[in-house]
Design a protein around this ligand. Structure first.
Ligand code: AMP
Ligand code: MG
Length: 418
C-alpha cells in the first residue's frame, strides 16, 4: 500500500444529503425461502393471497343451540334436540322444523339451521331444549370466508413478518415463505488504544465498546454481525481486515476517520476501489463519515467516539441495512416533545440531543440525559430518543416542542394506565 498520506478532502454536507447519498447504494438483497418459525422479523419478498376460505364453513360463535330462526320468533319455544356438535365434528343430521342441535363454538352450522341461541338463553328439557330468547337469521353465526376467501390479498412484498401475519400464513396452510436475506455485516474496530473487555488492565487502554454496541444494534434489526476484532492503527493491517470484511454484505469500521496522525481509514478505503468519500456531516455528535462502495458493498468508516458511532449508525447505516433487508420503512419514528431545558449551541450543525421521554397532560416531554459530549456513553444509555435541533438554531427555549427520533422500541410507560 502506498505510504503517502492522502490529505482528507472534507466535503461538508447536511444530514439529509448524507442520508440520501448512502441510501442510493442500498439495494434489496436476494430472497430466500424460510420455514414459518424462522421468518419472524424478516421481510416478505412475495405477495401473498389466500387460496382457501377461513372459516372454511359457517360455524357457531357461541356455545348453545343451532336453530331455525323462524322456530324461535316467539318464546319460550320447545325444540327437539337431534344432534350434538362439538367443534371439529361434522354434522350428519339436518335440523328440521321444530328441531335444534346442541353446538359448541367453532362447530359447523348444520344444514337447515340459520342461527345460534346461546346456552345462557336456554333451559334443558328431557330430549329437548326450551329456548328463552328470539333469534334473527345469522345470529351468532360466523360466515364461511368472513376472514379471508380465495383471492383475498393478505400481504405484499416489503411487509414485515409480524406475529399476526405469521399466524395468517399458518392459517392458510403455508409452511414456508419467501423473505429477503439478512445482511452479514463486518464490524471492525481500529485503534492502538483498544482492548477487548476481558483484557482490561490498569494500563491506560480502553475497551472497544463500539465493537459491542454495533453488534447489538445489528442484532436488534436482524442483521448478522461478523466481528473482525480490533486492528492496530497500521494501514497494511487495517487493509487486510477490510479485504476479509468484503466477504460480508456491508462493512462497518470505527475510529481513524479524523485528521490525526494515525487516522488511516480514508487512505485504506481509497485503496479498496470505488469513489471514496469523506464527509464532514453537519451534525453533532458523529461528524466525520467515510464511505465507499467497494465490490458493490457499502463500506462505512464511522467515527470512534461511542456516541458518534451510534448516532452515525442510526442516521446512515441502519436505514441502508433495513432497505437491504427489504423494509419499506427504514427510518425511526419521529414524535414531537416539549424540551424541558434551554438548549444552546453554535449555528452550523444539526444536534442530536440524548433525551429521556415522559408523558404529562397528554404530551411528551424530553429531558436531556446528561453530558452531551460524544464520548459520554452513559447519557446515551439513558436516552429514549434523540431530540433534533436544527443546524441553524442557536437556542431552543425550554417549553418549545422539538422533533424527537425514537430510538427505543419499548413503550414510554410501563403502567398501561387502562
Ligand atoms: P478516533 O476517531 O480513532 O480518533 O477515535 C476517537 C475517540 O474514540 C478516541 O478517544 C478513541 O479512543 C475512541 N474510540 C475509538 N474507537 C473506539 C472503540 N472501538 N470503542 C470505544 N472507543 C473508541
Ligand atoms: Mg483512533
Amino acid at each position: 500500500m502506498t505510504q503517502a498520506r492522502i490529505r482528507p478532502q472534507r466535503q461538508s454536507i447536511t444530514v439529509s444529503e448524507a442520508r440520501e447519498l448512502v441510501l442510493a447504494s442500498a439495494h434489496p438483497l436476494p430472497s430466500e425461502t424460510v420455514g414459518l418459525t424462522e421468518c419472524p422479523g424478516r421481510v416478505l419478498a412475495e405477495d401473498v393471497a389466500a387460496d382457501i376460505s377461513i372459516p372454511p364453513a359457517d360455524n357457531s360463535a357461541m356455545d348453545g343451540f343451532a336453530v331455525r330462526a323462524a322456530d324461535v320468533s316467539e318464546v319460550p319455544a320447545e325444540l327437539r334436540v337431534v344432534d350434538d356438535l362439538p367443534a371439529g365434528r361434522e354434522s350428519r343430521k339436518p335440523v328440521g322444523a321444530g328441531e335444534a342441535a346442541r353446538i359448541m363454538t367453532g362447530a359447523a352450522i348444520p344444514e337447515g339451521a340459520d342461527a345460534v341461541v346461546m346456552i345462557e338463553d336456554t333451559e334443558p328439557l328431557a330430549g329437548g331444549v326450551r329456548i328463552l330468547a328470539t333469534a334473527e337469521p345469522g345470529q351468532h353465526v360466523r360466515r364461511a370466508g368472513s376472514d379471508v376467501s380465495p383471492g383475498t390479498p393478505i400481504a405484499s412484498a416489503g411487509d414485515a413478518l409480524r406475529p399476526a401475519l405469521v399466524g395468517m400464513l399458518a392459517a392458510i396452510g403455508r409452511t414456508a415463505v419467501r423473505v429477503r436475506q439478512r445482511p452479514t455485516v463486518a464490524v471492525l474496530a481500529t485503534g492502538d488504544e483498544l482492548v477487548e473487555p476481558d483484557r482490561l488492565r490498569d494500563d491506560g487502554r480502553i475497551v472497544s465498546s463500539n465493537s459491542y454496541n454495533l453488534q447489538a444494534a445489528l442484532k436488534e434489526i436482524g442483521a448478522r454481525p461478523v466481528y473482525l476484532g480490533i486492528s492496530p492503527d497500521e494501514p497494511d493491517r487495517i487493509e487486510d481486515r477490510f479485504r476479509q470484511a468484503l466477504r460480508c454484505d456491508v462493512v462497518i469500521s470505527t475510529g481513524g476517520v479524523s485528521v490525526g496522525d494515525r487516522d488511516w481509514i480514508k487512505q485504506v478505503l481509497a485503496g479498496l476501489g470505488g469513489e471514496m468519500r469523506l464527509w464532514r456531516v453537519r451534525m453533532r455528535p458523529g461528524a466525520p463519515l467515510a464511505f465507499v462502495v467497494a465490490e458493490e458493498r457499502p463500506v462505512f468508516g464511522l467515527p470512534g467516539n461511542p456516541v458518534s458511532t451510534l448516532v452515525a449508525f442510526e442516521q446512515f447505516v441502519r436505514p441502508v441495512l433495513l432497505r437491504m433487508m427489504g423494509h419499506r420503512r427504514v427510518f425511526r419514528p419521529v414524535a414531537s416533545a416539549i424540551l424541558e431545558r434551554d438548549y444552546r449551541k453554535p449555528a452550523g450543525r444539526m444536534h442530536f440531543v440524548r433525551v429521556s421521554l415522559s408523558e404529562r397532560d397528554g404530551r411528551l416531554h424530553a429531558t436531556p440525559t446528561g453530558d452531551q459530549a460524544s464520548n459520554i456513553l452513559l447519557s446515551m444509555v439513558r436516552a429514549d430518543a434523540l431530540a433534533i435541533v436544527d443546524a441553524e438554531a442557536t437556542r431552543v427555549a425550554a417549553g418549545t416542542p422539538v422533533p424527537v427520533q425514537l430510538i427505543l422500541r419499548d413503550d414510554l410507560r410501563e403502567d398501561p394506565g387502562f
